[in-house]
Design a binder for this molecule. Structure first.
Ligand code: COA
Length: 260
């Protein structure tokens, strides 16, 4: 599939996915959501991709939100559908991808943009980044998982303040809140994320996939995270990566993981 609104470059085990609508501050319209979704799903089954990095084009924005022009005329039913489809097609998909997804927040991450970053497993931000959920200023609430994922990351009180005021916080404040893991100068953002990807790629992809599954299970109400951990832990013993990892340790050499 050729993409119109994103650029996907695969190199050295990493897929760098750049959301590319700089004229609209990379706002997420329907087509862009479908393209990101397609790219992330295909990376999930591509053995050559071990880590996905999502960023925005230009120096101003990661993503300035859902595309307001697309839903300004919606009624209740359309609103519900927009939210439900977004969860399924993009935000839950990213969160449950079996490969680590890193958000490289290079500027404004607002509304759906912050929600996309929060669906990613790890967030790094550039010093100029501004993060917020301004939906109530438009008369709606965050509908792509923001009311759920923000409190989990920053605590209920801070999340309520951010959602009620619709205000933006700086990258430094976001780091202090635990909303982003690290803040770096803008010119170093992608290389910092690449460095992180390299560290992750030294380890077993199949074990990492089981870890993602177990950690995510702890945030669901319909399943017991501890039980999922026990099952995922057991699954690791069936993998070639486990044999390789333990054998390499005993033989005092670096493991060569295959992800099998
Ligand atoms: N949806 C659709 N278009 C958007 C957008 C969004 N979420 N965010 C920005 N744009 C468009 C603007 O309409 C403008 O398009 P135009 O040049 O055709 O008029 C372009 O991107 C540049 O934005 P502009 O507002 O001129 O930039 P700015 O530097 O003055 O302000 C922001 C930057 C991020 C503060 C401002 O664009 C903004 O508030 N965006 C909406 C944020 C938001 O509410 N997101 C949540 C949506 S649910």
């Amino acid at each position: 599939m050729s993409y119109k609104n994103i650029i996907s470059v695969k190199q050295d085990g990493v897929c760098l996915l750049t959301i590319n609508r700089p004229d609209k501050l990379n706002a997420l319209n329907k087509e862009t959501i479908a393209e990101i979704s397609h790219c992330v799903s295909t990376c999930g089954t591509n053995d050559e991709v071990k880590v996905i990095i999502i960023t925005g084009s230009g120096e101003k924005a990661f993503v300035a939100g859902a595309d307001i022009s697309e839903f300004a005329h919606f009624d209740k039913e359309n609103g519900k559908k927009l939210s439900a489809e977004g969860h399924e097609k993009l935000f839950d998909l990213v969160e449950n991808t079996s490969k680590p997804v890193i958000a490289a927040i290079n500027g404004f991450a607002l509304g759906g943009g912050l929600e996309l970053a929060m669906s990613c497993h790890i967030r790094y931000a550039s010093e100029n980044a501004k993060l917020g959920l301004p939906e109530v200023s438009l008369g709606v609430i965050p509908g792509y998982g923001g009311t759920q994922r923000l409190p989990r990351l920053v605590g209920k009180g801070r999340a309520m303040e951010m959602i009620f005021t619709g205000g933006m916080i700086t990258a430094a404040e976001a780091a202090q809140y635990g909303l982003v893991n690290k803040v770096v100068p803008q010119t170093e953002l992608i290389s910092a994320c690449m460095e992180l990807a390299q560290k992750i790629m030294r380890n077993s992809p199949s074990a990492i996939a089981q870890a993602i599954r177990a950690v995510n299970a702890g945030y669901r109400h319909d399943i017991n995270g501890f039980e999922v951990e026990i099952e995922s832990f057991g699954n690791c013993f069936d993998s070639a990566d486990f044999k390789e990892g333990t054998t390499a340790f005993l033989e005092k050499r670096k493991p060569q993981f295959t992800g099998k």
